[in-house]
Design a protein around this ligand. Sequence first.
Ligand code: NAD
Length: 361
Amino acid sequence: MTRAVNHTRGKTGKHGGIAQMRQPRKVCVVGAGRVGSTFAYTLMQSGLAQEIVLIDVDQDRAIGEAMDLNHGQFFAPPVAIRAGDYEEVADAALILITAGAAQQPGESRLDLVQRNVKIVRGIMGEITSRTSEAVIVMVTNPVDVLTYVAQEASAWPHGQILGSGTVLDSARFRYLLSVHCKIDPRNVHAYIIGEHGDSEVAVWSMTHIAGVPMEHYCQRICRRACSPADRDAIVERVKDSAYHVIESKGATYYGVSMALERIAAAILRDENSVLTVTLRADGHYGLEGVCLSLPAIVNHSGVARVLDAQLQPAEEQALRRSAQVLKDIIAGIEPPHENRPQGPPDIGRAGCARMPKVPRR
Ligand code: NAD
């Protein structure tokens, strides 16, 4: 799948008047909570961004996080960091949405859906009334469903709105395989696809270590028994990772922030990197009407192309089951109230800004 993304610059925009020139290294982060601010911290140190703007319904929080980050300016590559409002998105190259309620201990990502759908629709109204130029990366969970909701809330090409998807899950998979095989995780190539959640699928048929297929590696190099039960145990640990972290410390934010920095790099540097981001299935593996993760080429336009890699029949079946889980959720989402003006979300009713937070430790 290739979708041309229309990044018309300096011409009359669809919002009337002169569209603002997209600043190629300006990043807006909507939601300055644990994930948003940790991502800003990671991004600040990467030197990738020239400007980082934190936008949050809790303005004091955004101001505080920006101040705290700015106090580290002396130790980082030059970057302008500030708290701002939605006017800032008008010339952003990249907008990450991390706003919303976080997963509570014992709560599945999909339980979050109705609360966060409302928030995301409100935020998309704010963004699309000011720009059509940026790439949007959804992070808020359930990320696959909310990427779909964000795409439906705009007329933008689907590839321009993607989700962080299973980039983190694939990294967890690589890490656990690297421990199992006693090898540098950077030499492990492995993908988790489908839902970022319980139905996600480990693609063993595409797993290799420095070009050596996993089976050959286990038999000839590692020589440790790697039974189907061992493999299943690794995949279960990948799936349970977030639950364990949340049980232990309330939330996940370091690993995901590094995954987001990787995605941001692919977009800001036009890298054409293969990442398992959330994207709209467009006939891939017979799937439509759903967003889920597949390995895809990511560049300055967002998702440039999906890798239609050949899967084993069992993997393809598992992917279809995962897609169905997401489709069922999507089917249950309340449609937007057409008559309600698109404005700031009703935070009081959605309850997310005021809901009791997971204790910070
Ligand atoms: P958090 O509660 O620390 O932060 C959320 C922030 O969003 C808060 O600062 C809140 O004020 C803000 N917010 C709420 N409604 C808003 C609105 N309408 N506009 C602007 N800001 C708003 O939560 P967190 O731990 O940072 O997690 C954020 C989201 O990221 C959650 O949905 C969580 O499940 C998700 N997450 C995703 C991944 C992934 O891999 N996709 C990983 C970790 C967390």
